[in-house]
Design a protein around this ligand. Structure first.
Ligand SMILES: *Cc1c(COP(=O)(O)O)cnc(C)c1O
Length: 437
């Protein structure tokens, strides 16, 4: 796959190069210049394929020989060991459950695939790589689990002390092994500044082979196309048109869906649903791009005031809003509406939806009158409700089963290195703990 920077169409890189770099040198995001067309026969055969087979087939078409088949098969098999089941609520509504990975959030798909791709890139490398991530919650633990136990890889997570939930903190600080959690005496912005400073320090980044794993990495995006295809594979009546409702923050999930559609996956519409951080819906309705300070909500993984993937979406559509609107609708929803949706879903279907999925459900409900009459609405459920227990009241909370892997983290003992928010303190830590892999 050939990609170019959103800021400069003249610098082409391969998928492997884009994965290693993360961000283009000019600060832009890498976008594919052309995507393969999924053959009709492949789309028709989807119902007979397993998730891993779908993943292998799509990545093989997209990468077009860049990674040999045997390695690619290994990457997809190792990365995607958990299912993405489609659960029907009734004839017209289904939930695509994306929370069956090790950290109970959809970010596991991207993180696992990227980790396996890095391991492939480094297969003949003797020096260790340091994956440095600033996290305010879900990303850090997903990335850490992706690389956990991999030889020659170590993960350093920076999180703001006292500013993430206790469940999230335990998920980050009980992994151990090649994962170090750093508790920064500061805010999430301080953590991000420290990471930026570390990457700017050429001496440090070369000596410790610093690598970014943030959400704009193309190797995190590609695997997210697989579950859209897998959802289509699981639709009971293949003739029914599908509307996907996608809970959206930094827009990676939505970008992947649009890429899958561009490759020929049959989709009637995507609904990009946001909480009150509504940069996307404003853009879709007015064409204006206005970033803003992020507002806190109960769907906090979507509290994004400046979604970086918006530039990627615009590039994929040659900046034509009219073209984008053909396939994308968008709406924004308050916490109150989200809570009502959670209650409705439980009352009507006995389904406990986390706040992120519930925002998407709101979006689907709002869009429904404009969908074709026999469309199947599929809501992407991006996290397990057990990660957000405090959002639920008594009876519902009791109905939530805590998965074993979360229970284990909650029983673990926190292990974190305290750090003051100074670049030299982080440098000292990274250098003194860097070992040959
Ligand atoms: C990260 C996240 C989102 C937002 O996904 P984007 O790809 O950033 O739009 C939604 N839900 C959950 C649970 C998340 O962790």
């Amino acid at each position: 796959m050939k990609l170019v920077s959103t800021r400069d169409p003249n610098t082409q890189v391969s998928f492997v190069e884009a994965t290693q770099k993360g961000l283009a040198d000019d600060g832009g995001l890498f976008v594919p210049i052309s995507l393969p067309t999924l053959p009709r026969s492949f789309v028709d055969s989807l119902p007979s394929l397993s998730f891993q087979e779908i993943a292998f087939a799509i990545s093989r078409m997209v990468l077009a020989g860049e990674i040999p088949d045997a390695h690619l098969r290994e990457i997809t098999e190792r990365a995607l060991k958990f299912p993405a089941p489609l659960r029907y609520l009734d004839e017209d509504h289904a939930i695509l459950e994306l929370f069956h990975g090790p950290t109970l959030a959809f970010k596991d798909f991207g993180a696992q695939f990227m980790a396996q791709t890095m391991a492939y890139i480094d297969r003949n490398e003797s020096r260790s790589r340091t994956i440095l991530v600033a996290t305010s919650g879900d990303t850090g633990s997903a990335v850490a689990h992706g690389f956990h136990g991999m030889q020659g890889m170590r993960v350093v997570l920076l999180y703001p002390s006292g500013k993430i939930s206790s469940i999230q903190e335990l998920q980050l600080t009980t992994i151990g092994g090649n994962v170090a959690a750093i508790e920064v005496d500061g805010t999430f912005d301080d953590c991000q500044s420290l990471v930026k400073a570390a990457f700017m320090d050429r001496d440090l980044s070369t000596r410790t082979r610093l690598t970014s794993a943030n959400s704009i990495n193309i190797a995190r995006l590609l695997p997210q196309t697989f579950y859209y295809a897998s959802a289509i594979a699981q639709v009971r009546d293949p003739a029914r048109p599908v509307v996907f409702a996608v809970p959206s923050g930094n827009l990676g999930n939505l970008t992947a869906g649009l890429m899958a559609w561009k490759m020929g996956l049959p989709v009637e519409k995507f609904v990009g649903a946001t909480n009150i951080n509504q940069v996307l819906s404003r853009y879709v309705h007015t064409g204006r791009v206005e970033s803003a300070q992020a507002q806190p909500t109960i769907s906090n993984a979507m509290d994004v005031g400046n979604p970086s993937n918006l530039s990627r979406i615009r590039a994929l559509f040659d900046d034509s809003l009219a073209d984008l609107r053909q396939i994308l609708a968008s709406s924004s929803h308050t916490d109150d509406a989200t809570r009502v949706a959670i209650k409705d879903l439980y009352r009507t279907y006995r389904y406990v939806m986390d706040p992120h999925g519930a925002v998407a459900y709101c979006g689907l409900r709002e869009y429904r009158p404009r969908a074709s009459a026999h469309a199947l609405g599929i809501v992407l459920e991006t996290a397990h409700p057990a990660k957000f227990l405090d959002v639920f009241d008594g009876t519902m909370r009791k109905a939530i089963e805590i998965p074993e892997r979360l229970r284990r983290a909650l029983k673990g003992k926190k292990s974190a290195v305290p750090l003051s928010p100074r670049p030299d303190a982080l440098k000292e830590f990274l250098v003194s703990t860097y070992h040959q892999g």
